[in-house]
Design a binder for this molecule. Structure first.
Ligand SMILES: Cc1ncc(COP(=O)(O)O)c(C=O)c1O
Length: 389
């Protein structure tokens, strides 16, 4: 045999029984079968074995099982981004003539997906006011098949009456899917709140590094999981072994990190609330924030919250001054996404909501990272000087 063949078909097999704190990384498109009978007998849908890289490896199976546990579910599917998780749910549950209801404060690209893609396939959508269960009740009609829930809105930060909205869906026989990226499976249990499907952008807190894109779709119901899994297979979603390993490596510190983000965010949100430049701080765990009572219902009065909040500046500060504030920050970086070690800031223009937005000043969303809170406070203090310049 030539060296090339020897190196491809090397006979050495390492001993079994290796144990280490972290699972190994398995990477494959091709999975090798022992014989034709085994190949023919293998059912790709069952986790008893392996068929093809897209249908799972030991690494992705382990991550799926851990995320199912994190969400309090039974099954989990992995997809290449949080938005892909939303798309997979829509495509599995909706067909031409159906309608999906989306909260008006939802993650923006979820609305763009309905407007730019679902519409072309004859699937309708409506935005509803998630702070008003009567508005959702009025919009659920004979063609409504799916209702999206999200708590809180990830920019406007109002915490919605989650259990009430989910209960409404149940009473009307409509599937409720929750985007649980903010709660990360820690702040509350999406299934206990009444959701049938719980998706998460693992991109945020579970990855925790700002360096991985991934989404998850968790369910408790076997038939619903099968429906989602068939769509997953037909669309050809898959995640790479190295990315799955990066999330597996971050999961053991998820709760510690989430609590640290929360602690610093609340400290800074309270400090900003006392500043004369700020007209309102929107943070669901702080009294006086919209939906604070719903946050307490879902998460508990002493519950946790993500390290995310928004600030509305006084309207006397023009957009250009608020932009200058953002540009003056040194530790906070300008960037989308959240849940990583680096604190981030984004000025937003709230124009897509159905509801009247009560604030006139510019909204800035902060994602608090893992830097020391006092350093972040100092950075905010020096940048606030830019508002009066
Ligand atoms: C609430 C929410 N859901 C879903 C997503 C989508 O995640 P990804 O960036 O992995 O597509 C995001 C991303 O910002 C988000 O904020």
């Amino acid at each position: 045999m030539t060296k090339a063949t020897d190196l491809i078909h090397h006979p050495y097999v390492p001993p079994t029984g290796f144990a280490a704190p972290q699972p190994g990384v398995y990477k494959a498109s091709t999975v090798i079968f022992a014989n034709v009978a085994a190949m023919r007998a293998r059912d790709w849908q069952h986790k008893a074995g392996y068929t093809y890289g897209l249908h799972g490896t030991p690494t992705t199976f382990q991550l799926e099982e851990r995320i199912a546990t994190l969400e309090g579910g039974k099954h989990c599917l992995l997809v290449p981004s949080g938005l892909a998780a939303i798309a997979n749910v829509n495509l599995a549950l909706l067909k031409a003539g159906d309608e999906v209801l989306i909260p008006d404060n939802a993650y923006g690209p979820s609305k763009a997906l309905a407007e730019g893609e679902l519409k072309n396939w004859g699937i309708g959508h409506q935005l509803y006011d998630p702070m008003d269960p009567a508005d959702l009740a009025a919009r659920i009609g004979p063609s409504t098949r799916l209702v999206w829930l999200e708590a809180p809105g990830s920019v406007t930060m109002e915490f919605v009456p989650l259990a009430q909205l989910a209960q409404l869906c149940r009473s009307k026989g409509v599937t409720a899917a929750l985007d649980n990226t903010w709660g990360a499976g820690l702040a509350f249990n999406g299934f206990e709140q009444g959701a049938d499907i719980v998706v998460q952008a693992l991109t945020k807190y579970p990855s925790g590094g700002g360096d991985v894109l991934m989404g998850s779709i968790a369910t408790k119901d076997d038939a619903l999981h099968r429906q989602l899994k068939l769509t997953h297979m037909r669309l050809g979603w898959g995640v790479g072994g190295n990315d799955a390993e990066a999330v597996l490596r971050s999961l053991p510190s998820l709760e510690l990190r989430y609590r640290a983000h929360d602690r610093s965010a609340r400290e800074l949100a309270r400090w900003l609330r006392g500043r004369p430049e700020v007209s309102q701080v929107l943070h669901p765990a702080l009294e006086g924030s919209p939906g604070h009572e719903h946050w307490a219902d879902a998460c508990g009065q002493d519950g946790v919250a993500a390290g995310l909040f928004s600030v509305v500046f006084h309207e006397r500060h023009a957009q250009a001054q608020v932009d200058a504030f953002c540009d003056s920050l040194r530790l906070f970086k300008l960037g989308y996404s959240w849940g990583g070690p680096v604190s981030l800031v984004v000025p937003y223009d709230i124009a897509t909501m159905r509801r009247a937005w009560p604030h006139k000043g510019t909204l800035v969303r902060f994602s608090i990272g893992l830097e020391a809170a006092e350093d972040l406070r100092e950075d905010l203090g020096q940048a606030l000087g830019a508002l009066s310049r």
